[in-house]
Design a protein. Sequence first.
Length: 56
Amino acid sequence: MAVPKRKMSRANTRTRRSSWKADLTGLDNIKVAGREVRIPRRLAKAYKKGLLDVEA
């Protein structure tokens, strides 16, 4: 495991931590049961096959 040789300043630590953010999931518009819905791209095929239900 890497061990720092010097203490990292509070400002540098907070700057580094603040840049670690999760990205929003990209949504796609698809037609399911005659209406258009926005769902995550990785689930589009499952919705089209009917494996997942679209909530009202």
